[in-house]
Design a binder for this molecule. Structure first.
Ligand code: GDD
Length: 438
């Protein structure tokens, strides 16, 4: 265990930074077909890119002035997003740092440690970009200060069945200390899981990563990491191991060691939390963020009326016929058109899409520039509230229940599409159900 000096306590203006782990193009494959046209972190839920919701939470931390997005997407990918966000959050300096290859959730932090350490922040948040939650960062900060912690992790309770898909935390319910951490264990150890949001003391986390690197050289690993993207592969060929040698993961390489210290704590949230893994999971995420905006009386939302069942977001450039009925939990993107008598519920309608008159869209995502014909019905089935499933196919059968139309799809007049995923540029002229249309 590392011996670290106890930090001198400062007030709440102690400098804090935030890192958002955005991943890269080889990840997010379960987000297809939507990730074929936009990188997952930039996909819009509740009218804003997924990572905007992270920035919004981060911007509420008083002492926080700098956010670093770390990933391995091309530099150009986040340029416009950063430009727009700089206007919206003028107090934040936002930059994107690109890993030359996927370095893992801790590898990127370590690689860019000089940028993180610049200005001597005492602590920094790390947020997985692919989670949707209320980000109770101030509560985490409070616990961090109260306990003089070296790390605080955000936890939530899920069903026993779902827990093994996540990092599992065993904690002392009284002191909130993390006693034990296991990433995606094979058998049940706890239903308190890692939400993918952390607060680390800078003086502790980098020495911990350094020790993990040292251990790596003296004790090379032959078992691959259990990421939810590759749960099926458990062993690597030695040459593959060589390639991945630089990959360091917070979850496997660092957190279980931190649990051996006395200064690793968990803040358990009882508010909403979900992963955004499959494309269909954008629909419940959209609903949760819209509900949050509605509770906060956000002026961005469309005022309720006989035909608007809140919460509903309509982009100012969209055209919605006053006889169309929308909501709850609907987002209508830029320049989209919704015709007379249409019904849209629990759905995301993306930029330039068109829903013709009297069509019905339920539990679905209508892709960019797609067309839904008159009297057509595009329908998915609701995701159960407590469900944390991250797979699309189970035992060879499609299980995702949200209907998704990729970019520029066309559904004919009076056609019914039920529980389908439709790849870009397809035309559906007859009724389809429970299919992936390629
Ligand atoms: N920069 C960078 N580099 N980001 C990465 C890399 C990388 O090499 N690998 C993954 N990420 C980002 C992803 O984009 C995502 O935001 C986050 O790190 C975690 O991704 P995964 O590695 O796929 O892990 P996971 O989602 O299966 O599980 C993690 O998150 C769960 C909560 O959503 C773990 O932390 C679990 O313990 C946790 O329960």
């Amino acid at each position: 265990m590392l011996q670290v000096p106890i930090r001198e306590h400062n007030n709440s203006m102690t400098s804090t930074k935030a890192v958002v782990l955005v991943g890269g193009p080889s990840r997010g494959t379960r987000f297809r077909p939507l990730s074929l046209d936009v990188p997952k972190p930039l996909f819009e839920v509740a009218g804003h890119p997924i990572i905007y919701h992270c920035l919004k939470a981060v911007a509420k931390v008083p002492s926080l002035r700098e956010v670093i997005l770390i990933g391995y997407y091309d530099e150009s990918v986040f340029r416009d997003f950063i430009k727009d966000s700089a206007k919206e959050f003028p107090q934040l300096k936002i930059q994107y740092l690109r890993e030359y290859t996927a370095l893992g959730t801790a590898g990127g932090l370590y690689h860019f440690r000089d940028a993180i350490l610049k200005g001597n922040p005492e602590r920094f948040f790390v947020l997985n970009a692919d989670v949707c939650c209320s980000f109770p960062l101030l509560d985490m900060l409070k616990l961090f200060e109260e306990k003089d912690a070296e790390a605080v992790i955000l936890g939530t309770r899920v069903s026993n069945d779902a827990a093994t898909n996540f990092g599992c935390i065993v904690s002392d319910s009284h002191t909130k200390r993390v006693l034990h951490y296991v990433e995606k264990p094979e058998s049940h150890i706890s239903n308190l899981i890692n939400c993918g949001v952390y607060l680390f003391a800078t003086e502790c986390i980098f020495p911990s990563i350094r020790s993990a690197i040292k251990r790596r050289t003296t004790r090379p690993r032959f078992v691959s990491y259990p990421s939810s993207e590759n749960l099926s592969s458990s062993f690597m060929a030695p040459e593959e191991e060589g390639e991945k040698n630089e990959v360091l993961r917070l979850e496997q390489d660092i957190l279980s060691d931190l649990a051996d210290s006395n200064r690793f704590f968990v803040h358990e949230t009882r508010d909403f939390w979900r992963q955004i893994k499959t494309a269909g999971s954008a629909v419940p995420a959209n609903a949760l963020y819209l509900q949050k905006a509605f509770q906060a009386q956000s002026e961005e939302l469309t005022p309720p009326s006989a035909n608007i069942l809140p919460p509903v977001f309509i982009h100012p450039t969209a055209t919605v016929d006053p006889t169309a009925k929308l909501g709850p939990n609907v987002s209508i993107g830029p320049r989209a058109v919704v015709g007379a008598g249409a019904r849209v519920k629990e759905s995301i309608v993306l930029e330039d899409a068109e829903i013709k008159h009297d069509a019905c869209v339920l539990y679905s995502i209508i892709g960019w520039s797609s067309r839904v014909g008159a009297w057509a019905r595009v329908e998915g089935t609701p995701t159960p509230v407590g469900s944390h499933s991250t797979s699309i196919i189970k035992n060879g059968v499609k299980v995702q229940s949200i209907t998704i139309l990729g970019k520029e799809c066309a559904v004919g007049d009076e056609v019914r599409v039920q529980n389908c995923v439709c790849l870009p540029y397809k035309e559906l002229k007859r009724d389809v159900a429970n299919e992936v249309i390629m």
